[in-house]
Design a binder for this molecule. Structure first.
Ligand SMILES: [Zn+2]
Length: 502
């Protein structure tokens, strides 16, 4: 007897449809699996057999052949356990093929017959063309994000069997209502005495401008940076689904309700491996931090401590918004589109030429060179923050709370939206000529810098984008920018003279 059950497998963060064909023939007991299963997938044999035994089912004592089609696609992970088990049941004649028709299956089997969660359910369910899909109960909310399918959530093979025999109805996912995402506990109002830092964070969030904070330890760089995701607008439905797919494929915990609705904030440590940063891995292909940060913030604290090789890999995602990861014989492209925020000390000791700084000129130069010119050039905003003085810390001046800043950010992004971009960082040079023409005074200001070589043509484009954002935040949406925003944008590229590669 032969039976076929639809399912899917993950390739990167995308699902690919897979047809699970089981043939039970005469001959000595054997269990063969063909069609490019990876190691985890091949172990399916043992899990399916054990789950049958635990559920009180006899596994065929003859020749069992499983073919996973199409044969050209590598089948990864354990999500094919359940469809294999169901196909065996159908081939044995234990369940009516009509009950299986029109239904896809995804799930790992425990030795006790439990149906367990697998990574990437959103993408897997999306890849299955059937109108109904049986998924692990733990993944029901996530699977329900695919609107067109009827989700049947199960927690054991016994339950699946009962439903396929018509003894019990399919269990339905219980609660689809997602609780509101809790407010970010980190508030900008908690960071005192850094007016320039606050301003830079707001401009960065409003315009999607990559931000580098330079300053001594204790200046509050990390506190500022970790609050930036909290002032970004909530994700659109499309962006939320994209980020959820990536997090799910990597096995990250999803929020209740299954959908990631807030921009992610990822802060890999400088000792992280390149694979964990960009993705890959020997057994299963997992997305890296650059992908997890998609539609949110990638924060690199102590930028100067990251190995040069790790930083160089950031160039491609910063350029294309995606990263190509190579594994075995093929390459997979993963989304990697994020706001880059980084912090670094001005020198190895962090005191940058102050009285207590003991770093030699050579040491300082070597430190600055750790971060390559092309990467530094990617930061539209390079802001020096110093330790706040006592008067500022104790003063009555309260910075705006995150909720107030977030409202201004939303307004600025709406203005960018009218220009046909998500944020001003995406404005092309041609678009800038329409929406950020320079007044005569503004022109004089940049002319001087361009002539002296302190500003490159590429740098000028970045300055104009930032100036556009500064004007937007001031609710000035005329198509010109005058010297005020331009002077501020130049100011916010501080240290350009020392750090910029010429
Ligand atoms: Zn020093």
């Amino acid at each position: 007897m032969t039976a076929t059950v639809p399912s899917a497998t993950l390739l990167g963060v995308e699902g690919r449809p897979v047809s699970v064909e089981v043939h039970i023939g005469n001959g000595l007991p054997s269990f063969t699996m063909v069609g490019l299963p990876d190691a985890a997938c091949r172990e399916s044999r043992d899990r399916v057999k054990a789950a049958f035994a635990s559920t009180g089912l006899d596994f065929p004592k003859t020749r069992v052949t499983v073919n996973l089609a199409p044969s050209g696609v590598r089948k990864a992970g354990s999500g094919l356990d359940l469809p294999i088990a169901v196909a065996v049941l159908a081939a044995q004649g234990r369940v009516d093929p009509h009950m299986v028709a029109g239904c896809g299956f995804v799930g790992e089997l425990g030795l006790d017959g439990a149906v367990r969660a697998v990574p990437g359910v959103l993408s897997l369910v999306d890849a299955i063309a059937e109108r109904a899909v049986v998924v692990p109960a733990a993944c029901a909310a996530e699977a329900s994000l695919v609107d067109r399918v009827e989700v049947r959530a199960v927690s054991s093979l016994r339950q699946v069997l009962a439903a396929l025999r018509g003894v019990e109805p399919w269990p339905r996912p219980t609660d689809r209502a997602a609780p509101a995402a809790p407010a970010d506990p980190l508030d900008l109002a908690d960071v005192r005495g850094q007016p320039l830092g606050h301003w830079a964070v707001e401009i960065s969030a409003a315009g999607g401008h990559h931000l580098l904070l330079i300053g001594p330890p204790g200046a509050g760089k990390t506190m500022l940076a970790s609050r930036i995701a909290g002032v970004l607008p909530p994700l659109t439905r499309g962006d939320a689904l994209e980020t959820t797919r990536i997090h799910s494929a990597g096995g990250l915990a999803l929020p209740p309700g299954g959908l990631v609705t807030r921009p992610p904030f990822r802060a890999p440590h400088h000792t992280s491996s390149v694979a964990s940063l960009i993705g890959g891995g020997s057994a299963a292909l997992r997305p890296g931090e650059v992908s997890y940060a998609t539609n949110g913030v990638l924060f690199l604290d102590e930028l100067g401590e990251f190995p040069r090789s790790a930083l160089d890999t950031l160039r491609q995602p910063l350029e294309d918004g995606q990263i190509r990861v190579f594994r075995a014989r093929h390459a997979v492209s993963l989304p990697a589109r994020f706001l880059l925020v980084a912090a670094m000390n001005p020198c190895p000791c962090g005191l940058a030429g102050g009285l207590a700084c003991r770093c030699s000129d050579a040491e300082r130069t070597r430190y600055e060179r750790r971060v390559s010119g092309p990467l530094l050039d990617r930061f539209d905003l390079r802001v020096t923050v110093s330790r706040p003085d006592v008067a500022e810390l104790l003063g009555d001046l309260r910075p705006d709370p995150s909720s107030v800043v977030a409202a201004r950010v939303v307004a600025a992004r709406a203005m960018a939206g009218e220009r046909g971009v998500r944020c001003n960082a995406e404005l092309s040079a041609a678009a800038l000529d329409r929406v950020a023409r320079l007044t005569a005074d503004a022109r004089r200001l940049v002319e001087h810098r361009l002539r002296s070589g302190r500003l490159s043509a590429r740098g000028l484009v970045r300055v104009r984008r930032v100036a556009r954002t500064i004007a937007d935040l001031a609710m000035d949406d005329r198509g010109v920018v005058d010297e005020g925003p331009i002077a501020a944008a130049l100011e916010l590229r501080a240290d350009a003279a020392t750090l910029e590669s010429v």
